[in-house]
Design a protein. Structure first.
Length: 76
């Protein structure tokens, strides 16, 4: 992460919020907040985290990055 108020500080979350409407929110009509919240959770945990690559993680998905570092910590 960059310093506070630097352009690097907000880049990862801005990328996330630009992707979610394009891939999820703008594609459906939601009948309730509960239905929307459930769909958002499923999208984040089922699609975004396992699949989307992030430059801040060396072009790995969060799941791959975490698994890599968990294996390294266990091996040490």
């Amino acid at each position: 992460m960059g310093r506070v108020v630097s352009s690097v500080d907000n880049a990862p979350i801005e990328s996330f919020w630009s992707t979610m409407p394009r891939e999820l929110l703008n594609r459906h009509d939601w009948n309730s907040r509960t239905e929307l919240a459930s769909a958002m959770f499923e999208w984040i945990e089922g699609i975004y985290n396992p699949r989307h690559r992030h430059t801040s993680l060396g072009h790995l998905s969060p799941v791959e990055y975490e698994a890599l570092h968990t294996r390294a910590a266990i091996a040490a």
